[in-house]
Write a new protein. Sequence first.
Length: 427
Amino acid sequence: MRGRWWPWLLLLLALIPALLISPPRVAENIASPRENVSVAIFGNPNMLDPALASTGSDWTIDSNVFEPLFRIAEYGGIVSNLVQHYSISGKQLTLEIKPLPLDNGQQLTASVVAGALARPLWPSVGSSQAQSLLNSVVGVRAVIAGKEQYLSGIAVTGTSTLTITLTHAIGRGFLRTLANPVLSIVPVADQVRGGSDWQFLNLYGTGGYQLSTWQPGGELTFLKTHGPGPGTVALVVYKSFKKAVLSFRNGAISALPVNPAQLTQVPGSLLKQVRALPMPGNLFLVYRSHAPRVSVYPLLSPRRWVTTSFRGRVPALAGGWPGHMPMGKPMTVYVNQDLPQAVQLAQTLAKLEPKRVTVQEVNLSTLTSLAKNNQIAAYIGQADLFKSGTMMPLAPIRSLWLASPVFARMGVYANGALKWHSLTVNK
């Protein structure tokens, strides 16, 4: 019996190397993209209240935390978002609200919606955009003046139903108004309870992400409360696009927005990783074909123009100029300075045809006035502002993102902000 122990000893000695080999460990600071995504933003958000949002960083956050009643689809149509049924009769819109969860664990109700639509009109909030959007709702003046807390034109008729009454007959255009992210649903109770610090303590919407940490001047972290998408989204603040691209190359961040003018700063080796995510609408060259002393058009093809503008990441919608256009004389192109993709088209055209093209960047109000008064011959925009203009399609509107190949699918909101819930990864 004493001699039988040695086979077991040999077996134990054979197993020791295997026992000493520890399984491979993932570095603690690298998380699975299914659980953690880091996205670059350029500047700290000014405001986490969608009624007052004004920068790209603001909208990146507000669009994912709060949602409007309706939304604009990729094809430009209006579809229900927080509403499961609606009907229009004369001056009245009746809504049935979906019983969706808020990020604080409570449920969305008609009362929450009624309060949320009045809140941005309060003098303590003072959203000029909300005042303009809701100016036709009955009772809006009293709320703006601080005489009433809620809109008399919004009546809660049940746990999930309410009516909105306007001063005039309602058309589908009012549904587009309710799809504006400025009117995203922010529960009144959370703001009142949180006081002046409500954005730090009570940032609860229906979007499915809740603020976890906010390091002043540094990083914001959001945790998923429900729905698809990564478990954690970290927003990392960068002061320069160049540094953000370097961090992307080194794997420190997973995605960053690209202004069309920044495409030339993307290294050629990374250009294929720039994704052009669909947004509603197209850009057009709008012109008056019979304008006096008309500034007419250059000799290069529209296809080359668009391709050069976006380094091949956005397709051209027109292959050639209309046959009736005179060619080769100098032209001035006006452009809405708040449309980066339109500005890029205009500036590229001027670079390609410096002797024939000059560019004038103006705000939308000025552009509208110039066009309606027939004071200009051509501009790049989304609609015909002339009394009778001709629209030549140039390029679809896109939101550009330098994104990791690990993402199988990405999407954006109508304002171009990345949809965190849309992020899915290759398996």
